[in-house]
Design a protein around this ligand. Structure first.
Ligand code: BTN
Length: 328
């Protein structure tokens, strides 16, 4: 089922976030025990009735969890790898999860315009109209990770492109830390493994000349997706590792890395971190931007995230946006 934007009020009301919190607490209690836990002790521990515990367990089963119910109590047998709010303690009220959606960017824009708080996250298991940069389509089958974070940074709009740096650094760092794969960055904001794209980032801003209202940061990761032979420029984590990855763990880690870096948004450290992970610097590149093409060697990025290119005459040119093709 595709969730249309008109369904938002139903899916993000306070009641559903309370339900998510209780589901999360039950999951934690069952996982901590690793054995049977009686309805009575769950109801005491969580301060709710046994009927309410039973109802929440039923909801977990509807989400795809397998819970054995016996005279000894409840025991968790298996969990689906879904990015549902109850799996992210402390974020249950901020994460809005969809099995399928048009695009998390559209939903995020609507919510941001409606005034949702900084850090609200829209995540979907699949998208029917996933959007990429430069009006391209972003294929979003199940198995990938697709989410948009609503950010309200107190920065001048000139720093906005650094959001892309922050997101790509957060994703590459997660890939390196969790899987030991050499994730690298292609300007402006692609994450590559062995030269093939594993993650794309799309930032959309609503701002005045001197103030940012919100920046929606959309991140799409080819996690457990199949990459066809035709897509020579793309890869997935599953293809690289020869096994499926835990999407929950990956998502949790990227959110943590993003949070850590938000404070660095106006600091030089962020640019240095991006440079240390860059696959673009010191290469010959072609930058294709609307009405302009620049060919030369990528020599640096500036404090705003623009790419500095030395052309064949030795002149330095600056690319603020565009498609970057690695020539060497
Ligand atoms: C790119 O072209 O490289 C950017 C791709 C961005 C895809 C993500 S998936 C989550 C969010 N929702 C979208 O429709 N697009 C972004």
């Amino acid at each position: 089922m595709v969730a249309s934007l008109t369904e938002w009020p139903k899916s993000v009301n306070l009641k559903s976030s309370e339900v998510n919190k209780m589901k999360g607490e039950i999951l934690r209690a069952l996982r901590d025990s690793g054995d049977y836990v009686s309805g009575e002790s769950l109801s005491k521990e969580l301060g709710t009735s046994r009927v309410s515990i039973w109802k929440h367990i039923h909801r977990l089963e509807q989400d795809g969890y397998t819970v054995e119910a016996s005279p000894k109590g409840y025991r968790l047998l298996s969990s689906p790898d879904l990015l549902i709010p109850c799996e992210f303690p402390g974020l249950e009220q901020r994460i809005h999860h969809f099995r399928e959606i048009g695009s998390t960017m559209d939903a995020a824009r609507k919510l941001a315009e409606g005034g949702v708080e900084q850090g609200t996250i829209i995540v979907a298991e699949s998208q029917s109209h996933g959007r990429g940069r430069l009006s391209k389509e972003w294929l979003s089958p199940e198995g990938g990770i697709y989410f948009t974070v609503v950010l309200r940074p107190k920065i001048s709009p000139v720093y906005a492109p650094r959001m892309n740096l922050m997101a790509s650094v957060a994703v590459a760092t997660t890939i390196r830390r969790l899987f030991g794969l050499k994730a690298e960055l292609k300007w402006p904001n692609d994450v590559l493994i062995e030269g093939r794209k594993v993650c794309g980032i799309l930032a959309e801003m609503h701002a005045e000349v001197d103030a940012v209202h919100f920046i929606n940061l959309g991140i799409g990761v080819n996690a457990n997706t199949h990459v066809s032979q035709q897509e020579k420029k793309a890869t997935s984590l599953k293809e690289q590792l020869g096994r499926e990855v835990c999407r929950k763990e990956f998502f949790r880690s990227v959110l943590m890395e993003l949070k850590e870096r938000q404070a660095l948004l106006t600091e030089a450290d962020l640019v240095e971190e991006w440079k240390s992970l860059s696959a673009t610097l010191n290469r010959d590149v072609r930058i294709v931007a609307p009405g302009e093409e620049i060919i030369g060697q990528a020599v640096d990025i500036d404090s705003g995230g623009a790419l500095i290119i030395k052309d064949k005459d030795g002149s330095l040119r600056t690319a603020i946006a565009g498609d970057c093709i690695h020539l060497t």
